[in-house]
Write a new protein. Structure first.
Length: 99
């Protein structure tokens, strides 16, 4: 009985390990869809400031995207609509990867 339960557990874990990456949020795609118009497709800056090599932390980026900041210019005065906390984290990780 234990062997069958262990085998079932392994099968479930294998299925999850294959399926979960398909649900992962693509930070680069979200950045290109929601941020690149102002910050440039590679974070080089356009209308908005350059983000490539920014000293802003990932947590600060997440807060900006999910909470907004009254001291900033639109669209960052308010949270970005349609952006989940998972999306914001993926975007922050993408921005921090830009060199």
């Amino acid at each position: 009985m234990r062997t069958k339960l262990f085998a079932l557990f392994l099968v479930v874990m294998l299925v999850l390990s294959v399926a979960l990456p398909a649900f992962a949020v693509d930070g680069a795609a979200t950045f290109k869809a929601k941020c690149a118009a102002c910050h440039g497709p590679e974070g080089q800056g356009k209308i908005g400031p350059a983000l490539k090599g920014t000293s802003v932390t990932a947590d600060q980026i997440i807060d900006m995207l999910t909470k907004g900041n009254d001291a900033k210019k639109p669209p960052h005065k308010k949270p970005l609509s349609g952006l989940t906390p998972e999306d914001a984290k993926a975007v922050a990780d993408f921005v921090k990867s830009l060199k």
